[in-house]
Ligand binder design. Structure first.
Ligand code: SF4
Ligand code: SF4
Length: 139
């Protein structure tokens, strides 16, 4: 099995947990407008490499304001999106559940990077996209 297949399996397991918990989301896309929403999305380099490989480099320019995968307020990388994207919900009582889930699944993803000896750093998703995008454009 490849690291990509194992990461995909981890994401599927997380999605199953989330579908049982059923946090509310009206898919408005506001949380993907980082600037106006007032938050930063963090991700590991490994996950951003996966996103770039599977969804392709974003067509929209990378700015600090909005995720370049958001088009017409919809995520165009839904299957490949990172742990932080999957776990974030603006529901008021969601934070402690999301922290528990984040730590649990983050640990598994980090272990995967060690198993496959992959480069690992943790930064804002936009910074990682900017840094890693060129490597995927050249492929
Ligand atoms: S989590 Fe909240 S802000 Fe983000 S898309 Fe869903 S409803 Fe909109
Ligand atoms: S990848 Fe999708 S869910 Fe994640 S920030 Fe971008 S548009 Fe939003």
């Amino acid at each position: 099995m490849s690291w990509q297949a194992e990461l995909s399996q981890i994401y599927r397991e997380l999605d199953k947990c989330l579908s049982k918990l059923a946090p509310e989301c009206k898919a408005c896309g506001e949380c993907c407008h980082f600037d106006s929403f007032g938050h930063v999305l963090y991700a590991s380099s490994m996950e951003v490499n996966y996103l770039l490989e599977k969804a392709g480099p974003p067509k929209e320019p990378i700015t600090k304001k909005v995720c370049p995968y958001l088009v017409n307020n919809l995520c165009t990388a839904r299957e490949e999106r990172t742990l932080g994207c999957r776990i974030f919900f603006c529901q008021k009582d969601w934070q402690s559940t999301s922290q528990d889930l984040y730590h649990k699944f983050f640990r598994r993803i980090k272990e995967l990077s060690i198993k496959y000896q992959l480069e690992w750093y943790y930064t804002s998703m936009l910074s990682a996209l900017g840094e890693l995008k060129e490597e995927h454009v050249e492929k």
